[in-house]
Design a protein around this ligand. Structure first.
Ligand SMILES: Nc1ncnc2c1ncn2[C@@H]1O[C@H](COP(=O)(O)OS(=O)(=O)O)[C@@H](OP(=O)(O)O)[C@H]1O
Length: 308
Protein backbone atom coordinates (compact mmCIF):
# COMPACT_ATOMS: atom_id res chain seq x y z
CA UNK A 1 0.00 0.00 0.00
CA UNK A 2 2.06 2.88 -1.26
CA UNK A 3 1.57 6.57 -0.69
CA UNK A 4 0.05 8.11 -3.81
CA UNK A 5 -3.18 9.74 -4.96
CA UNK A 6 -5.92 8.45 -2.67
CA UNK A 7 -3.55 7.25 0.05
CA UNK A 8 -4.03 8.94 2.33
CA UNK A 9 -7.36 10.15 1.03
CA UNK A 10 -8.35 12.03 4.19
CA UNK A 11 -6.38 13.75 6.93
CA UNK A 12 -8.28 14.44 10.14
CA UNK A 13 -5.96 17.21 11.30
CA UNK A 14 -7.65 18.45 14.49
CA UNK A 15 -8.71 19.60 16.90
CA UNK A 16 -7.48 17.66 19.89
CA UNK A 17 -10.47 16.40 21.95
CA UNK A 18 -12.98 17.27 19.24
CA UNK A 19 -14.20 13.77 18.41
CA UNK A 20 -11.38 12.72 16.11
CA UNK A 21 -11.28 9.16 17.46
CA UNK A 22 -14.98 8.59 16.86
CA UNK A 23 -14.86 9.98 13.34
CA UNK A 24 -11.74 8.06 12.46
CA UNK A 25 -13.30 4.83 13.69
CA UNK A 26 -16.23 5.28 11.32
CA UNK A 27 -14.07 6.17 8.31
CA UNK A 28 -11.18 3.77 8.53
CA UNK A 29 -9.92 0.58 10.04
CA UNK A 30 -6.28 1.65 10.04
CA UNK A 31 -4.36 3.02 12.97
CA UNK A 32 -5.14 6.40 14.50
CA UNK A 33 -2.54 9.04 15.30
CA UNK A 34 0.46 8.10 13.23
CA UNK A 35 2.28 11.35 14.14
CA UNK A 36 4.08 11.56 10.84
CA UNK A 37 4.06 15.17 9.65
CA UNK A 38 4.42 16.63 13.15
CA UNK A 39 7.33 14.53 14.32
CA UNK A 40 10.71 15.35 12.82
CA UNK A 41 12.26 11.93 13.49
CA UNK A 42 9.36 10.09 11.96
CA UNK A 43 9.01 12.49 9.05
CA UNK A 44 12.66 12.03 8.16
CA UNK A 45 12.04 8.32 7.72
CA UNK A 46 10.04 9.15 4.61
CA UNK A 47 6.92 7.99 2.82
CA UNK A 48 7.60 4.27 3.04
CA UNK A 49 7.60 4.60 6.80
CA UNK A 50 4.39 6.65 6.54
CA UNK A 51 2.73 3.96 4.43
CA UNK A 52 3.81 1.38 6.94
CA UNK A 53 2.32 3.38 9.81
CA UNK A 54 -0.99 3.80 7.99
CA UNK A 55 -1.21 0.01 7.72
CA UNK A 56 -2.91 0.23 4.36
CA UNK A 57 -5.54 2.58 5.74
CA UNK A 58 -6.32 5.68 3.75
CA UNK A 59 -7.16 8.04 6.62
CA UNK A 60 -4.54 9.69 8.81
CA UNK A 61 -6.10 11.13 11.96
CA UNK A 62 -3.47 13.01 13.94
CA UNK A 63 -5.15 15.93 15.68
CA UNK A 64 -1.94 17.74 16.55
CA UNK A 65 -1.20 18.48 12.90
CA UNK A 66 -3.48 21.50 13.04
CA UNK A 67 -1.44 23.47 15.57
CA UNK A 68 2.02 22.28 14.54
CA UNK A 69 4.16 24.95 12.87
CA UNK A 70 5.05 22.90 9.78
CA UNK A 71 3.02 19.67 9.77
CA UNK A 72 0.32 20.97 7.43
CA UNK A 73 2.85 22.54 5.12
CA UNK A 74 4.54 19.17 4.81
CA UNK A 75 1.22 17.44 4.25
CA UNK A 76 0.21 19.91 1.52
CA UNK A 77 3.47 19.24 -0.29
CA UNK A 78 3.66 15.48 0.17
CA UNK A 79 0.02 14.39 -0.13
CA UNK A 80 -1.57 17.29 -2.05
CA UNK A 81 -4.58 15.21 -3.09
CA UNK A 82 -5.83 14.65 0.45
CA UNK A 83 -8.95 16.28 1.91
CA UNK A 84 -8.41 17.77 5.34
CA UNK A 85 -11.08 17.56 8.02
CA UNK A 86 -11.09 19.82 11.06
CA UNK A 87 -13.48 18.94 13.86
CA UNK A 88 -14.58 21.98 15.82
CA UNK A 89 -15.70 21.94 19.46
CA UNK A 90 -16.95 24.59 21.88
CA UNK A 91 -13.69 25.85 23.38
CA UNK A 92 -14.45 25.56 27.12
CA UNK A 93 -15.66 21.96 26.75
CA UNK A 94 -12.67 21.22 24.55
CA UNK A 95 -10.24 22.71 27.07
CA UNK A 96 -11.79 20.82 29.97
CA UNK A 97 -11.72 17.54 28.08
CA UNK A 98 -8.09 18.21 27.19
CA UNK A 99 -7.31 19.01 30.82
CA UNK A 100 -8.88 15.72 31.92
CA UNK A 101 -6.76 13.80 29.49
CA UNK A 102 -3.51 15.55 30.43
CA UNK A 103 -4.25 15.12 34.11
CA UNK A 104 -4.46 11.40 33.56
CA UNK A 105 -1.27 11.35 31.52
CA UNK A 106 0.53 13.51 34.07
CA UNK A 107 -0.61 11.24 36.90
CA UNK A 108 0.75 8.20 35.06
CA UNK A 109 4.03 9.99 34.50
CA UNK A 110 4.24 10.95 38.18
CA UNK A 111 3.57 7.38 39.24
CA UNK A 112 6.21 6.11 36.84
CA UNK A 113 8.74 8.52 38.36
CA UNK A 114 7.80 7.45 41.87
CA UNK A 115 6.28 10.81 42.85
CA UNK A 116 4.04 10.62 45.88
CA UNK A 117 0.62 12.13 46.30
CA UNK A 118 -2.07 12.74 43.72
CA UNK A 119 -1.94 15.41 41.06
CA UNK A 120 -4.36 17.88 42.59
CA UNK A 121 -4.11 20.44 39.79
CA UNK A 122 -7.44 22.16 39.32
CA UNK A 123 -8.60 23.23 35.88
CA UNK A 124 -8.43 26.89 36.93
CA UNK A 125 -4.82 26.51 38.02
CA UNK A 126 -3.79 24.77 34.82
CA UNK A 127 -5.24 27.44 32.52
CA UNK A 128 -4.19 30.40 34.71
CA UNK A 129 -0.90 31.20 32.91
CA UNK A 130 -2.64 31.25 29.55
CA UNK A 131 -5.49 33.42 30.83
CA UNK A 132 -2.97 35.85 32.31
CA UNK A 133 -1.08 36.03 29.03
CA UNK A 134 -4.21 36.73 27.01
CA UNK A 135 -5.27 39.48 29.39
CA UNK A 136 -1.83 41.05 29.49
CA UNK A 137 -1.23 41.11 25.76
CA UNK A 138 -4.57 40.55 24.03
CA UNK A 139 -2.53 38.22 21.87
CA UNK A 140 -4.07 35.30 20.08
CA UNK A 141 -3.30 31.80 18.96
CA UNK A 142 0.40 30.94 19.06
CA UNK A 143 1.44 34.16 20.75
CA UNK A 144 0.65 33.14 24.30
CA UNK A 145 1.67 29.51 24.25
CA UNK A 146 4.50 27.44 23.11
CA UNK A 147 2.40 24.37 22.61
CA UNK A 148 4.31 21.13 22.61
CA UNK A 149 3.18 19.65 19.38
CA UNK A 150 6.18 17.93 17.89
CA UNK A 151 5.91 14.57 19.54
CA UNK A 152 3.40 12.00 20.55
CA UNK A 153 0.95 12.60 23.37
CA UNK A 154 3.21 10.75 25.75
CA UNK A 155 5.90 13.32 25.06
CA UNK A 156 3.68 16.29 25.72
CA UNK A 157 4.32 16.30 29.41
CA UNK A 158 7.40 17.48 31.23
CA UNK A 159 8.98 14.51 32.98
CA UNK A 160 8.12 15.55 36.51
CA UNK A 161 5.73 17.74 38.43
CA UNK A 162 2.05 18.43 38.39
CA UNK A 163 -0.03 19.67 35.54
CA UNK A 164 -0.47 23.10 37.12
CA UNK A 165 3.30 23.62 37.01
CA UNK A 166 3.54 23.18 33.26
CA UNK A 167 2.53 26.76 32.46
CA UNK A 168 0.93 27.37 29.09
CA UNK A 169 2.81 24.61 27.34
CA UNK A 170 -0.21 22.61 26.35
CA UNK A 171 -2.25 25.46 24.94
CA UNK A 172 -5.55 24.39 26.44
CA UNK A 173 -7.14 27.70 25.48
CA UNK A 174 -5.24 28.57 22.33
CA UNK A 175 -6.12 25.26 20.74
CA UNK A 176 -9.77 26.29 21.01
CA UNK A 177 -9.17 29.49 19.02
CA UNK A 178 -9.81 27.93 15.69
CA UNK A 179 -10.30 30.77 13.21
CA UNK A 180 -6.59 31.49 12.78
CA UNK A 181 -5.87 27.77 12.66
CA UNK A 182 -8.34 27.32 9.81
CA UNK A 183 -7.02 30.37 7.98
CA UNK A 184 -3.48 29.09 8.29
CA UNK A 185 -4.53 25.64 7.09
CA UNK A 186 -6.28 27.16 4.06
CA UNK A 187 -3.15 29.13 3.20
CA UNK A 188 -1.19 25.90 2.77
CA UNK A 189 -3.50 24.98 -0.10
CA UNK A 190 -5.09 21.64 0.74
CA UNK A 191 -7.18 19.98 -1.99
CA UNK A 192 -10.24 20.47 0.19
CA UNK A 193 -10.74 21.75 3.73
CA UNK A 194 -13.88 20.63 5.58
CA UNK A 195 -15.06 21.71 9.02
CA UNK A 196 -17.25 19.34 11.03
CA UNK A 197 -19.09 20.10 14.26
CA UNK A 198 -18.09 17.82 17.14
CA UNK A 199 -21.40 18.47 18.78
CA UNK A 200 -23.37 17.51 15.67
CA UNK A 201 -21.21 14.41 15.33
CA UNK A 202 -22.10 13.47 18.89
CA UNK A 203 -25.79 14.34 18.79
CA UNK A 204 -26.67 13.34 15.24
CA UNK A 205 -23.83 11.07 14.20
CA UNK A 206 -25.40 9.11 11.37
CA UNK A 207 -26.65 12.24 9.57
CA UNK A 208 -23.26 13.90 9.94
CA UNK A 209 -21.50 10.80 8.71
CA UNK A 210 -23.81 10.54 5.69
CA UNK A 211 -23.21 14.17 4.74
CA UNK A 212 -19.49 13.80 5.20
CA UNK A 213 -19.23 10.60 3.16
CA UNK A 214 -21.10 12.33 0.33
CA UNK A 215 -18.67 15.27 0.44
CA UNK A 216 -15.73 12.89 0.46
CA UNK A 217 -17.14 10.60 -2.20
CA UNK A 218 -16.52 7.63 0.07
CA UNK A 219 -18.61 4.55 0.72
CA UNK A 220 -19.61 3.73 4.30
CA UNK A 221 -17.16 1.31 5.94
CA UNK A 222 -19.94 -0.41 7.80
CA UNK A 223 -18.29 0.53 11.09
CA UNK A 224 -20.73 2.34 13.38
CA UNK A 225 -20.04 5.83 14.58
CA UNK A 226 -19.47 5.08 18.25
CA UNK A 227 -19.98 7.39 21.17
CA UNK A 228 -17.14 6.29 23.30
CA UNK A 229 -16.40 7.26 26.84
CA UNK A 230 -14.08 10.04 27.70
CA UNK A 231 -10.53 9.27 28.75
CA UNK A 232 -11.21 11.33 31.82
CA UNK A 233 -10.80 9.74 35.20
CA UNK A 234 -13.69 9.55 37.56
CA UNK A 235 -12.58 12.09 40.12
CA UNK A 236 -12.91 14.77 37.48
CA UNK A 237 -15.60 13.33 35.32
CA UNK A 238 -19.09 12.03 35.79
CA UNK A 239 -19.23 9.27 33.24
CA UNK A 240 -21.57 9.55 30.35
CA UNK A 241 -22.43 6.09 29.19
CA UNK A 242 -22.73 7.06 25.56
CA UNK A 243 -26.49 6.69 25.61
CA UNK A 244 -28.00 10.04 26.45
CA UNK A 245 -27.10 13.51 25.23
CA UNK A 246 -23.69 14.69 26.32
CA UNK A 247 -23.92 17.69 28.60
CA UNK A 248 -20.36 18.90 28.18
CA UNK A 249 -18.16 20.17 30.95
CA UNK A 250 -19.11 23.79 31.39
CA UNK A 251 -20.97 23.14 34.63
CA UNK A 252 -17.76 21.77 36.17
CA UNK A 253 -15.99 25.11 35.78
CA UNK A 254 -16.56 27.62 38.56
CA UNK A 255 -18.83 30.52 37.63
CA UNK A 256 -16.15 33.23 37.80
CA UNK A 257 -13.74 31.30 35.63
CA UNK A 258 -16.49 30.40 33.19
CA UNK A 259 -17.48 34.06 32.81
CA UNK A 260 -13.84 35.01 32.21
CA UNK A 261 -13.40 32.27 29.64
CA UNK A 262 -16.60 33.19 27.82
CA UNK A 263 -15.40 36.79 27.66
CA UNK A 264 -11.99 35.67 26.47
CA UNK A 265 -13.45 33.48 23.74
CA UNK A 266 -16.10 35.93 22.57
CA UNK A 267 -14.06 37.52 19.80
CA UNK A 268 -12.35 34.28 18.72
CA UNK A 269 -15.76 32.58 18.54
CA UNK A 270 -17.18 35.41 16.46
CA UNK A 271 -14.23 35.19 14.11
CA UNK A 272 -14.76 31.45 13.79
CA UNK A 273 -18.47 31.89 13.10
CA UNK A 274 -17.67 34.35 10.30
CA UNK A 275 -15.46 31.75 8.66
CA UNK A 276 -17.81 28.82 9.10
CA UNK A 277 -20.92 30.67 7.98
CA UNK A 278 -19.16 32.68 5.22
CA UNK A 279 -20.21 36.01 6.69
CA UNK A 280 -18.54 38.36 4.26
CA UNK A 281 -15.17 36.68 4.54
CA UNK A 282 -13.21 35.07 1.77
CA UNK A 283 -13.75 31.33 1.59
CA UNK A 284 -11.70 29.51 4.17
CA UNK A 285 -13.46 26.17 4.40
CA UNK A 286 -14.91 24.42 1.36
CA UNK A 287 -17.84 22.99 3.30
CA UNK A 288 -19.16 22.65 6.82
CA UNK A 289 -21.12 19.79 8.36
CA UNK A 290 -23.37 20.33 11.37
CA UNK A 291 -23.00 23.61 13.28
CA UNK A 292 -26.11 25.64 12.59
CA UNK A 293 -28.52 23.64 14.72
CA UNK A 294 -26.00 22.18 17.11
CA UNK A 295 -23.65 25.01 18.00
CA UNK A 296 -25.95 28.03 18.18
CA UNK A 297 -25.23 28.34 21.91
CA UNK A 298 -21.69 29.48 21.24
CA UNK A 299 -21.37 30.35 17.54
CA UNK A 300 -23.36 33.45 16.56
CA UNK A 301 -24.92 33.17 13.09
CA UNK A 302 -23.32 35.71 10.76
CA UNK A 303 -22.28 38.06 13.53
CA UNK A 304 -21.90 41.76 13.07
CA UNK A 305 -18.36 42.88 12.40
CA UNK A 306 -16.43 43.30 15.64
CA UNK A 307 -15.92 46.76 17.07
CA UNK A 308 -12.65 48.25 16.00
N1 LIG B 1 -19.42 10.06 18.46
C1 LIG B 1 -18.79 11.12 19.00
N2 LIG B 1 -18.90 12.33 18.41
C2 LIG B 1 -18.29 13.40 18.93
N3 LIG B 1 -17.52 13.37 20.04
C3 LIG B 1 -17.37 12.18 20.66
C4 LIG B 1 -17.99 11.01 20.18
N4 LIG B 1 -17.64 10.00 20.99
C5 LIG B 1 -16.87 10.53 21.94
N5 LIG B 1 -16.70 11.83 21.77
C6 LIG B 1 -15.92 12.77 22.60
O1 LIG B 1 -14.71 13.13 21.93
C7 LIG B 1 -13.77 13.58 22.91
C8 LIG B 1 -12.39 13.04 22.57
O2 LIG B 1 -11.98 13.61 21.35
P1 LIG B 1 -10.79 12.99 20.49
O3 LIG B 1 -11.09 11.61 20.11
O4 LIG B 1 -10.56 13.97 19.38
O5 LIG B 1 -9.57 13.02 21.52
S1 LIG B 1 -8.03 12.94 21.15
O6 LIG B 1 -7.61 14.29 20.75
O7 LIG B 1 -7.86 11.98 20.06
O8 LIG B 1 -7.39 12.51 22.40
C9 LIG B 1 -14.28 13.07 24.25
O9 LIG B 1 -14.70 14.22 24.97
P2 LIG B 1 -14.84 14.27 26.58
O10 LIG B 1 -15.78 13.17 26.94
O11 LIG B 1 -15.38 15.62 26.84
O12 LIG B 1 -13.47 14.09 27.14
C10 LIG B 1 -15.45 12.16 23.88
O13 LIG B 1 -16.49 12.14 24.78
Amino acid sequence: CEIGPGRPDVLIVGAVKAGTTALFGALSRGRKEVYYFNNDDRYERGVDFYADQLRCGDVDATPLYLVHPVALQRAALDVPWATWIVLVREPVDRAFSHYNMLLRFAANERRRKGATGPDDSEFEEVIAPEVACYHATRAGFEDCVRTRVGGTFAELLPPEGKLKEFGALNGLLSQGMMAPQLERARAFGPAKLLAVSQRALYDDGSAVLRALLALLGREPTGAPLRRYESLSDHTHFDTHDGAGPFGGHRHRVNATTLARLDALFERPNRALARILFSCGTTTVVDATVGFRDHDAHWLPQCPDPPDL
